[in-house]
Design a protein around this ligand. Structure first.
Ligand code: DAT
Ligand code: MG
Length: 153
């Protein structure tokens, strides 16, 4: 089953959005297989956002993402990578539709509340930055029979 890396950014934690955001993914039907709170340091920011190093917004991005604790999680489910991206909304909240997390809770690109991996490959890379194999839980949920037509792996 597909997995993605999701992170509630420091502004989401400060603005008391942790429960609301986790609740959306839970209610959708995705399974939480890993979760923790941590504060990123500069080295982690450079690892996570390696593709953005050198861009004009990188320094502001690194300062923002290390400015307070984040909630890191791994979600599992059918098409979870693309579906979480859709639920998060466009990178710039000004372009994020209503009903999305960024559309509902954010205004500026530099305070956009949530991260979600952009591909299965990115998800694997990002999950490995934050979680060891032992920190991820494999378990069955009885409710999956009411979420999936066919019992997931
Ligand atoms: P996403 O977070 O939607 O995957 P991204 O990977 O392109 O977007 O960028 C990572 C973060 O960097 C993004 O959440 C906010 C910030 N960012 C991206 N583009 C930016 C820009 N043009 N100006 C300021 N911040 C930007
Ligand atoms: Mg990205």
């Amino acid at each position: 089953m597909e997995r993605t890396y999701v992170m509630i950014k420091p502004d989401g934690v400060q603005r008391n959005l942790v429960g609301e955001i986790i609740s959306r993914f839970e209610k959708k039907g995705f399974k939480i297989v890993g979760m923790k709170m941590l504060q990123m340091d500069r080295a982690m920011a450079e690892k996570h956002y390696a593709e953005h190093i050198g861009k004009p917004f990188f320094e502001a991005l690194a300062a923002y993402i290390t400015s307070g604790p984040v909630v890191a999680m791994v979600l599992e489910g059918k098409d979870v990578v693309a579906t979480v991206r859709a639920m998060n909304g466009a990178t710039n909240p000004a372009n994020a539709g209503p009903g999305t997390i960024r559309g509902d809770f954010a205004i500026e690109v530099g305070r956009n509340v949530i991260h979600g991996s952009d591909s299965v490959e990115s998800a694997e890379r990002e999950i490995a930055i934050y979680f060891s194999a032992e920190e991820l839980c494999e378990y069955r949920k009885v409710l999956d029979n009411w979420i999936y037509e066919e019992s997931p792996e």
